[in-house]
Design a protein around this ligand. Structure first.
Ligand SMILES: *[C@@H]1O[C@H](CO)[C@@H](O)[C@H](O)[C@H]1NC(C)=O
Ligand SMILES: *[C@@H]1O[C@H](CO)[C@@H](O)[C@H](O)[C@H]1NC(C)=O
Ligand SMILES: *[C@@H]1O[C@H](CO)[C@@H](O)[C@H](O)[C@H]1NC(C)=O
Ligand SMILES: *[C@@H]1O[C@H](CO)[C@@H](O)[C@H](O)[C@H]1NC(C)=O
Length: 258
């Protein structure tokens, strides 16, 4: 079952192609793929993959999951931290431009993303997970308010900012309570050169990989969050021709530690 699903996936989608293929030389091919994958399928994918296992009850073994490393790696989690959840975040990075300043550069102004549970994939199929952010970036953000729908069931929760410097992760939904947490920026390292530049391979690049630290060590489930395998999200280098506020679509893996 496991092998056949993976084989079918490889055979039926451009996921089998090298990452560089995405959007760079076959726009129509990618659009064709979009029809084969409805908007929910990458969100649903992790669940389907583990169909037949005890995944709905939450029994993936995250102990052996290994985070991807950037060319200049981020520091490892503090001693004693335990990997609790892995999600793909799909949303927008927001920026502001000072229009009164002709040499201004875009300034980061938070982000909003929906998070999808890929914990089991991180545990069992890391090489497949590594290809999913560019796919997620090319597809609309899956959305459903129906708590019984596969999209809602596969949704980990939401990522947003409570103020300009406080990224927040809320993984409590109507379907589960995985935890929450407010963070501050820790370490940052550039995404690899090979990271996709944006949807269909076009854009200003992929946002940095990050390690975020909890604002407080008590009273919240999550203590560290890594943002890895980013796809898109970078603004243009200058504010020339840009409006006062704008959003750049992105996807990223979020690895949450307790
Ligand atoms: C969703 O995440 C939880 C950890 O928060 C994990 O135990 C569970 O197995 C995951 N489910 C899937 C289908 O990945
Ligand atoms: C204009 O933007 C540049 C680049 O961010 C900055 O160095 C400079 O201080 C800004 N000038 C004013 C008047 O804000
Ligand atoms: C970011 O922009 C989106 C629109 O794309 C908006 O809905 C959201 O509130 C903004 N978030 C922040 C933190 O500014
Ligand atoms: C950079 O971003 C701007 C604004 O989103 C966009 O208009 C421009 O096409 C992007 N540059 C490239 C090389 O895609």
């Amino acid at each position: 079952m496991k092998v056949s699903f993976y084989t079918a996936l490889l055979a039926s989608t451009a996921i089998a192609a090298p990452a560089a293929h995405w959007g760079q030389d076959s726009r129509s091919g990618d659009r064709g793929m979009q029809h084969r994958w409805d908007g929910s399928s990458y969100a649903d994918f992790n669940r389907q993959w583990h169909h037949g296992r005890d995944s709905q009850r939450g029994s993936c073994d995250l102990r052996n999951a290994v985070m991807p490393a950037a060319p200049t790696p981020l520091p490892p989690p503090a001693a004693g931290r335990v990997l609790s959840h892995v999600a793909i975040g799909r949303g927008n990075q927001n920026y502001t431009c000072d229009l009164s300043n002709s040499t201004a550069v875009p300034v980061a102004a938070g982000a909003v993303a929906t998070l999808f549970n890929v914990s089991c994939l991180a545990a069992d199929m890391p090489e497949l997970l590594a290809r999913m952010c560019p796919i997620a970036l090319d597809l609309p953000v899956p959305s459903s308010d129906d708590t019984n729908s596969p999209i809602y069931q596969g949704m980990s929760g939401h990522h947003y900012f409570t103020d300009n410097t406080t990224p927040f992760f809320d993984l409590d939904t109507g379907a589960h309570a995985y935890g929450r947490g407010a963070f501050k920026k820790g370490d940052s390292t550039p995404a690899p050169e090979s990271a996709v530049r944006g949807p269909y391979g076009e854009g200003n690049g992929s946002v940095a990989w990050l390690r975020l630290d909890a604002k407080t060590t008590s009273g919240q489930a999550f203590q560290e969050v890594y943002r890895l395998n980013t796809a898109g999200g970078q603004p243009p280098k200058t504010c020339q021709g840009m409006p006062e506020t704008f959003s750049v679509p992105y996807a990223a893996e979020y690895w949450l530690f307790q």
